[in-house]
Design a protein around this ligand. Sequence first.
Ligand code: PLP
Length: 364
Amino acid sequence: MEFTENLSENRKSAEERASVLANPGFGDFFTDHTAVIDWTADAQGHNGQWHDARIEPYGPISMDPAASVLHYGQEIFEGLKAYRHEDGSVWTFRPHANAARLNKSAARLALPQLDEEAFVESLRKLVAADIDWVPTGDGEALYLRPFMIATEAFLGVRAAREVSYRVIASPAGNYFGGELKPVAIWVSQQYARAGRGGTGSAKCGGNYAASLVAQLEAEEHGCKQVLFLDPFNDNAVEELGGMNVFFVTKDNKLVTPALTGTILEGVTRSSVIQLAKDRGLEVEERKITLDEWRDGVASGDIAEVFACGTAAVITPIGVLKNGEELIGDENAKAGEVTMSIREELLGIQRGTVEDRHGWLERLV
Ligand SMILES: *Cc1c(COP(=O)(O)O)cnc(C)c1O
């Protein structure tokens, strides 16, 4: 796909950029450009075409107040990072996996399929325009946020016939800030994130909207994140609001909830599984209940617990708060297997560990 370029005449100054890059945080600052591709359906609304691929200055989106995304939430998104290597080149990690997942989400939300090459090209063009925004600090990256929204002005309930795909970018530091300490997680007893046949395995904004009340509850109880269970399936562990969960047993086996359709298939999750298998560790994707977590921690069978996702990479979980009950140790140290897999994954991404699986793709 050919992108036209309308580069910004209003870029942030070098000083402003330097001050953002000195302390990027997560998701608070945005680069100077955005990538856009529009889609319009045919007269029957069944097929359609992507058109007007372009790079344009970052800024507000002008949209009709009746645009269906604003009413019915027909929206999906992705998240991946661009990493600067020692020689100045910029790479991303498994972008075709994100492109494929975007299309899976699109199918579930009745949004159009986007060619995987167009997806990767949109990242390449945006990062090329905003190359000065890719941080150079250790553990830092440029977070890329592709998303797709229904822009048609129409209040009837049906799949929109006008859609826009966009990518924005935001320099990112360490997601949870500061040193890597195990986090406390809150168990949501009242709210589920997803149900059978629902949208749990699609990366859509609606899932996050539904998780926020539980996230607030978590924060009120001093926790960084919330764990969702499946209350109709023996309180099987599902995932956090935006991260998958892994357990390391005392005999060095990795256990993670199986993909049942209600959890999101993380690219980090699948990479961790591969790296563990490469080390000869056994990996089980299966049902694991809250009871098994509690008993495993008590007996010592579960030695480490961690969460993983693109934004925070791999984050050790110290304690699980289930109402008044504490499972685990608030002052636990990060586990050895957790940290070793984390280092390997970060090393591959920053180009200091051999990329055996060809996961990196050069952007610029
Ligand atoms: C994006 C996301 C993840 C993590 O996926 P990665 O591809 O590893 O970043 C996990 N759970 C949910 C609900 C998500 O939206």
